[in-house]
Design a protein around this ligand. Structure first.
Ligand code: FAD
Length: 965
């Protein structure tokens, strides 16, 4: 059947049936008589007689013969009837469409047919999709006129349709949604919540598709060429064949449309929701006033499948795991953001055994820890992960490439090629006065506490800054700023966004900005913080001085440069969230000298390729681009996958061996981190030996690990007290102070930590003191365990060591017996190790603090009567470290403090472990997790640093009460 609108002469509606060779009047009488027999018992006698008479007319005989013939055909060739009725029906429909307007009866009948969702209705969809625009308009007019009572979204739809009018997806009302974390943009499926059926929603979607102009030059997919010949403007970064997708949907072939999308993008349910469509596919739509809702359609397709067949949604045809077939060499993917996920998906699909190594305990990258659930439900990321797993892909969580293992180590472990999708997770700050104050944090930290750690939910341990009823200021104008602002709003804050340009220049997705404003968030544009003001006692921020800005000439980004006007405004504020963009995390780069990076820290790639300066190592997404978009990251992951699938230089048995190695390594990474030994060292102080073979293999003195005790727990840093490579075990000593550490100390042998990641931080920088100087360690309480491995290294190098270990009292001491760690070291290095114990109450050793004996040493050294002090290492409570630092400063002795600060991710991503230091008279921020944990104590601004430990005290007290601790 032709899909084009049939312009043949149409039948007369009053004579719908063509004339036959028989006498029509006889037939009509015959028909009436049969009807009467069935319907009217009083006339039955007359009618039967009439029938008998008519049965002998020629017309009825021919008719009966034809009926018999039709009966036979019906049995032998039912499809024929289908075709017959369809072509007849379509002819009738086509005729109706040629009338001036569609009648109410026709429109109802037609819509009801469409609602059937059967073959016939698909045919009708196809029919309408293929008719010229003027007829489509007629249809929309009819819907508007006859159906807007039943479907309020049809009211007024015909005005300026299709260019400037459409059915919008369903948004939850602002007043309802700004109090919870449920999905805001519910898409077309959201109409089901209002009582519309699945099929009705499908038709709304189809009506949106019907607006498509079916452009030949495919701007939505390809973008629009630039005059200067540069990269096309707009278009789809992963080149989804959007025109074909729309065509399939227009013809009612929704499932085929989804399959087509998935050929170029396995994450449509994600990208459809978060892509900045207004600068990509929709930005160049020829309906420039009201572009086709391509993003909405993109995610509608997978989501509707999920709604319709929840049990089947994740089913894939049975696949034999590439690990089992071992026909291709293994690939390592680093990072589980969109770039890594898409890469892993495509390579697994191609039959490569793939392991994804992810730094966090949850997968998805920014999609999980950055973008809130009211925009992107986590379940969607879980779906993608499940699909990769079904294809045989494996995931190792809590594995930090560059720390747990280098790229070289991964290659040695059997991985042939590596894709780095580590993102750009390092938050930027303004470096203005007062930025160190409590209550000023990065958007990464804030969002991680909420999205990843679920701190806002009952029963979760991670503390959140107080927001309810508070003045919250978010600084920035991108998606991160919108997400932080809207999250703070949902947590009860009075939120304003401060941005240095105007609303028009804000880089956020238009929809997010629009939603933020609807939710009652204030915009303070042309403003930029000059300084933050705090309360001297609490150290919390109380106000901000804002420069009033104006826009000058365009800068390198093409946007007009913001310039301070000289006017300053002061506003009260309780919480400040910095959303100024992210730069690259240096962890991988620092561990890989061969990996070339740009001056911004992004990983460089070879021209026309995703391959880095290291052969066989590829990259993409934010790691290579700097902060970009999810779809661009996905596009890079896809490109890299295509390039990775190259000539395989191994024979079958070599491949099998690589696969076996890589699988063994993956299993080690996935192994439960179980407690092998638990020793109660003193009241509230427990030593745990934990199975963690890959961390044990890489640990160095001075490093620490990040521990998640249980699923709802918080991420806390713990120093590495020891490790045993052969046994694959690490040792941590935990003092039960806060609720998390107290809960962990209740764990028993055989229990597993939910996740331990590491080793983190920089190892100690060890110096060989040739002149016999001593290295003095001041260990306060559980400062002793982190001191122990560093001191052991110094001793092994031949340095003299003086350990001053301070405890509150004798019963809190540990490791001091001859068969315990310190005792054993003394026995091993009798000439190199001096040990001095102090107790605050004098119950053992010297009464007082560690500073007592240290002061004596420094004095003696100064007087030339004692050993010179090469350096001092202080580890313990912050006040103790400060006291040591203050003591050594006048003597000019290099002093190191090892800082165990408040952290969330411990890899530089949150910025929470900020240490204010003064360099060349300027206050700058260092981060204990990536610049430390060891930091020159003499440059630390202790007045500003120490209060940070009190930041979450209230929340911590509440948690303790909750656990009855
Ligand atoms: P990421 O998503 O950053 O993932 C990197 C992953 O690598 C992380 O899981 C990280 O833990 C892991 N990792 C890092 N280092 C290591 C290591 N050494 N070893 C192992 N694993 C490591 N884009 C949009 O298109 N639309 C939006 O609406 C949008 N909103 C955003 C909102 C926020 C709050 C933020 C922060 C970003 C937003 N973006 C948005 C940007 C977008 O999310 C990113 O461009 C995209 O996620 C980058 O993907 P990626 O795979 O390169 O890296």
């Amino acid at each position: 059947m032709s899909h084009q609108f049939d312009t043949r002469t149409q039948p007369d509606e009053t004579q719908p049936h063509p004339q036959g060779p028989y006498h029509r009047e006889d037939l009509e009488r015959y028909y009436r008589a049969t009807q009467e027999i069935e319907s009217d018992r009083h006339h039955i006698q007359d009618a039967t007689e009439e029938l008998r008479e008519l049965e002998h007319t020629g017309a009825v005989e021919v008719f009966q013969q034809q009926v018999d013939l039709l009966k036979k055909r019906l049995v032998n060739d039912p499809k024929f009837f289908n075709q017959l009725f369809i072509s007849e029906g379509i002819d009738a429909v086509a005729w109706a469409f040629q009338q001036e307007e569609l009648s109410e009866t026709f429109t109802h009948t037609f819509w009801n047919l469409l609602l059937q969702g059967d073959d016939m209705s698909t045919l009708l969809l196809r029919f309408v999709w293929n008719i010229p625009l003027k007829f489509k308009r007629k249809f929309i007019r009819a819907l508007d006129e006859h159906f807007s009572e039943r479907y309020p979204m049809f009211k007024g739809l015909s005005k300026d349709w299709p260019g400037n009018n459409s059915i919008p997806p369903y948004m939850r009302p602002a007043e309802e949604r700004s109090n919870d974390f449920d999905l805001v943009n519910q898409g077309y499926l959201g109409y089901m919540g209002l009582g519309y059926s699945y099929r009705e929603v499908e038709l709304f979607v189809w009506l949106e598709v019907l607006r498509d102009k079916q452009c030949d030059d495919r701007p939505c997919e390809m973008g629009v060429p630039r005059i200067d010949g540069g990269e096309n403007r707009g278009g789809c970064p992963v080149k989804i064949h959007i025109p074909e997708v729309l065509h399939l949907m227009g013809e009612g072939k929704f499932r085929q449309a989804l399959e087509l999308i998935k050929e170029s993008n396995p994450l449509p349910n994600v990208t459809g929701r978060v892509c900045p469509q207004e600068i990509q596919c929709q930005g160049v739509c020829t309906h420039n006033e009201r572009p086709i809702e391509i993003g909405q359609l993109e995610w509608y397709l997978p989501q509707s499948e999920k709604v319709l067949h929840p049990e089947k949604y994740l089913e894939l045809p049975e696949v034999v795991s590439p690990w089992a077939t071992a026909e291709r060499p293994p690939i390592a993917v680093v990072g589980s953001g969109p770039a890594g996920l898409i890469n892993a998906y495509l390579l697994s699909k191609e039959g490569f055994p793939v392991t994804v190594f992810e730094a966090f305990h949850e997968l998805g990258g920014v999609l999980r820890y950055g973008i809130p659930e009211f925009r992107l439900p986590n379940a969607l990321i879980d779906d993608v992960v499940k699909k990769i797993e079904q294809l045989g892909g494996k995931f190792v969580r809590n594995f930090i490439v560059g720390k747990t293992a280098t790229l070289e180590a991964l290659k040695r472990a059997g991985f042939w090629k590596i894709f780095i999708g580590t993102g750009a997770g390092l938050p930027q700050f303004m470096n203005v006065p007062g930025e160190h104050l409590l209550g000023i944090l990065s958007a990464n930290e804030f969002l991680t506490r909420v999205n990843l750690m679920q701190g806002h939910r009952e029963g979760y341990e991670t503390p959140l800054p107080e927001t309810r009823g508070k003045q919250v200021m978010v600084v920035g104008g991108g998606n991160t700023a919108m997400d932080a602002a809207r999250t703070a709003r949902r947590l009860g804050g009075e939120v304003s966004i401060v941005y240095r340009r105007t609303q028009a220049e804000m880089p956020a997705r238009v929809e997010e900005l629009h939603h933020a404003l609807e939710e009652g968030i204030q915009l303070k544009v042309l403003r930029s913080p000059q300084e933050f003001i705090g309360n001297d006692k609490t150290h919390f921020v109380t106000g901000a001085r804002l420069d009033v800005m104006d826009l000058g000439e365009p800068d390198a980004s093409g946007r007009r440069r913001p310039l301070a006007t000289g006017t300053v405004e002061e506003v009260p504020v309780d919480l400040v969230i910095m959303a100024l963009g992210n730069t690259s995390n240096p962890i991988v780069k620092d561990a890989e000298p061969e990996l070339k990076t740009s001056k911004w820290g992004t990983i460089e790639i070879r021209k026309g390729s995703q391959e880095t300066s290291i052969e066989g190592v590829y990259t993409g997404g934010d790691a290579a681009r700097g902060g970009s978009t999810a779809i661009k990251a996905a596009g890079d992951g896809q490109q890299a996958a295509r390039q990775i699938i190259g000539d395989i230089p191994f024979n079958a048995s070599e491949i099998k061996s690589l696969v076996a190695h890589a699988e063994g390594y993956t299993k080690q990474g996935q192994a439960a981190q179980k407690i092998l030994e638990k020793i109660e060292l003193a009241e509230n102080i427990v030593e745990f030996v934990v199975y963690s073979p890959l961390i044990a293999k890489s640990s160095r003195a001075g490093q620490f690990v990040r521990v998640l005790g249980w699923e709802k727990g918080e991420l806390v840093p713990m120093t590495l007290a020891d490790w045993d490579t052969e046994a694959g075990a690490i040792t941590m000593v935990i003092q039960g102070l806060g609720s998390s550490s107290m809960m962990m100390n209740r764990m028993e042998v055989g229990d597993a930590f939910t996740g331990i990641a590491g080793p983190l931080g920089l190892p100690s920088r060890l110096h060989r003191y040739e002149q016999g100087e001593t290295v003095a360690f001041c260990a306060g309480g559980v400062g002793l365990p982190p001191v122990y491995p560093i001191m052991r290294e110094h001793l092994a190098m031949g340095n003299h060591v003086t350990l001053i270990a301070g405890f509150r009292s004798k019963d809190l001491m540990f490791w001091a017996e001859p068969d315990e760690r310190i005792g054993l070291l003394q026995a091993e290095y009798p000439d190199l190790l001096d040990v001095i114990y102090t107790t605050n109450d004098g119950t053992f050793g010297i009464e007082g603090f560690v500073t007592g004996p240290l002061g004596d040493m420094l004095e003696a050294a100064k007087a030339g009567s004692g050993r010179a002090v090469g350096e001092v290492v202080a580890i313990g409570p912050p006040l103790m470290m400060r006291a040591v630092s203050d003591l050594t400063k006048p003597y000019g002795v290099r002093t190191i403090a090892s800082l165990n600060s408040i952290m969330v991710d411990a890899t530089g991503m949150c910025g929470a472990c900020m240490v204010p230091v003064t360099i060349d008279g300027k206050l700058v921020r260092k981060h204990a997790c990536i610049d430390g944990p060891e930091i020159d104590s003499h440059i630390i601004d202790w007045d500003k640093f120490i209060p940070r430990f009190q930041q979450f005290k209230k929340q911590e007290d509440r948690n303790r009460q909750r656990h009855g601790l």
